[in-house]
Design a protein around this ligand. Sequence first.
Ligand SMILES: Nc1ncnc2c1ncn2[C@@H]1O[C@H](COP(=O)(O)OP(=O)(O)O)[C@@H](O)[C@H]1O
Ligand SMILES: O=C(O)C1=C[C@@H](OP(=O)(O)O)[C@@H](O)[C@H](O)C1
Ligand SMILES: [Mg+2]
Length: 172
Amino acid sequence: MKKIVLVGYMGSGKTEIGKLLAKKILFPFYDLDFLIENEVQKSISELFSEKGEIYFRRIEHELFVKQIQKNESYVLSLGGGTPCYANNHLILQQEEVISIYLKASVSNLVERLSINKKKRPLVKDLDATEMHEFIAKHLFDRGFYYNQCKHVISVDDKSPTDVVEEIKKMLL
Ligand SMILES: Nc1ncnc2c1ncn2[C@@H]1O[C@H](COP(=O)(O)OP(=O)(O)O)[C@@H](O)[C@H]1O
Ligand SMILES: O=C(O)C1=C[C@@H](OP(=O)(O)O)[C@@H](O)[C@H](O)C1
Ligand SMILES: [Mg+2]
């Protein structure tokens, strides 16, 4: 059984690459944000604005634990903050979990997040300069958790397909 778990900052490509990877290796695909939205019947943005981040992190932890307890192979894309709260990073150390950190540079993240930041409450109100400063510090703070992953793949200047092929080779 292989539980392939994608980790990384907002905009690193967890959702897009997870979906593509699952399709390529014929695994079920789960996205933790989607599981949360389905559970509470609200968007992530609505959840943050109506219930606040602490409530979001509780739901995020509960659904992460529930998903990781499923005895099946799958690809699971986390949210950018998942490993950083409620000791969730310790779950990534479980034997059947193949955790992969999709590592992106600050400039690449700013470029990608600027395309569609409205759905990301933590950066939706930042301009390009503010976003660069915010992400640089946030990425530094979160590096400890992201680097607990068993594998690290740089995603800078690589297409989603390139990254998926690299992950497939690594899984062999
Ligand atoms: N390797 C890549 N190269 C270029 N753009 C990418 C790549 N991976 C993802 N993207 C784009 O970056 C944005 C964020 O991707 P997404 O999968 O939502 O990231 P995450 O789930 O990590 O926040 C989307 O617009 C997506 O199309
Ligand atoms: O970095 C974070 O704390 C968050 C990342 C988001 O997921 P993506 O990384 O898929 O955007 C989502 O869980 C929420 O906006 C919080
Ligand atoms: Mg995502």
